[in-house]
Design a protein around this ligand. Structure first.
Ligand code: SF4
Length: 343
């Protein structure tokens, strides 16, 4: 019978369990992980330091797929955006952001997304499927190969809601972090969530120092419900409580992502609500002038309005910055490259 499970769909624990069943010693797991993610093996046959019998046993049990770059755009500022296609034809977007010695990758955790945020092109198409841990790691592998440079930072801020695919996302982060994986420091690996509370609570208890970013976009319930209908059931008050608990439990400071939408969440009332949300909460607010997406009717505020909003936050004692825009001349907003490739 042909194997149906891809070895890259497994967490490290999954590979360990499979190797234990095959009667293999633990160090073989590390060898295979190196072949998968450091050397980018395309078949078990290439894994020449594994005994031939083990290579055959693995090939009988698992498939081994390698994704491909289906489209690529390069911005004048060096940002590169990729459409990465997996073995079943499903594709996602990945972005590489170089800055001197640093190379940051924004990777996807799901194909499509069920959250339906009103300013997002991806959300409009709904969820296609979850990505496996290997499909997340391979996005970094492809970007590193394209730049000829190792990945120094990665953030799960591409397509999908990472905490709606929690176990695979954690397994992917662990391969990115592992010495026999990509060796990216845990503090340089970040997850950006819409605010799924069970995920935030679980993430606080993970032993690694991974970084958490939460998309708030409005501290006013009605505005947030409108911008982010997928998380309506979690109230702003509960989200704040979860973040206070997260900071206390993990000792880490979450980032609050706030996409500024002109006339919607950049008003005086919105500012007051955000200041109250952040009071007493260890956090940093990252202001992102929203990317214009055709048909949403949502627009970014003027540049000086964003600066005024940031300055008002700082005066109120809230640490805040405006995200530097990258890749403005390519289809930079999440979901746009994929839609264009579909024609
Ligand atoms: S912004 Fe992120 S969470 Fe919201 S719909 Fe788009 S991909 Fe999903």
């Amino acid at each position: 019978m042909e194997p149906t499970t891809d070895i890259k769909a497994l967490s490290r624990g999954g590979i360990e369990a499979a190797f234990a069943e095959l009667g293999q010693p633990g160090f073989r797991v590390s060898q295979v992980v190196r072949w998968l993610y450091q050397r980018g093996a395309g078949s078990f046959d290439e894994m020449t330091d594994l005994p031939a019998a083990l290579r055959e046993a693995l090939a009988a049990r698992f498939t081994l797929s390698v994704p491909e770059v289906a489209a690529r755009q390069v911005s004048s500022d060096g940002t590169r955006k990729y459409l990465v296609r997996f073995a079943d034809g499903v594709s996602v977007e990945t972005v590489g952001l170089p800055a001197g010695e640093r190379l940051t990758v924004c990777f996807s955790t799901q194909a499509g997304c069920a959250m339906g945020c009103s300013f997002c092109a991806t959300g409009r198409g709904g969820l296609v499927r979850n990505l496996t841990p290997g499909e997340m790691v391979d996005q970094l592998v492809l970007v590193a190969a394209d730049f000829g440079q190792r990945v120094s930072n990665a953030v799960a801020m591409g397509q999908g809601e990472p905490f709606a695919n929690y176990d695979a996302t954690l397994a992917g982060l662990r391969f990115m972090n592992a010495k026999d994986g990509l060796g990216v420091g845990a503090r340089h690996l970040a997850v950006s969530t819409c605010g799924l509370l069970p995920g935030i609570r679980a993430f606080a208890r993970e032993p690694e120092q991974f970084t958490l970013a939460v998309s708030l976009h409005s501290a006013r319930q009605a505005t947030r419900d409108r911008l982010m209908p997928g998380v309506r059931k979690y109230k702003v008050r509960e989200l704040r409580e979860a973040l206070v608990a997260y900071a206390e439990e993990s000792g880490r400071r979450p980032t609050i992502e706030y996409a500024l939408v002109g006339g919607v969440n950049d008003t005086g009332e919105a500012l007051g609500a955000l200041v109250r949300f952040c009071a007493g909460l260890l956090c940093h607010v990252n202001l992102i002038p929203v990317n214009p997406v055709a048909g949403t009717g949502l627009a970014r505020p003027a540049a000086d309005a964003a600066r005024r909003f940031r300055d008002a936050l700082m005066r109120a004692g809230v640490e805040a910055s405006i995200r530097v825009e990258r890749g403005a001349d390519i289809d930079a907003a999440c979901g746009q490259l994929r839609q264009r490739a579909k024609g």
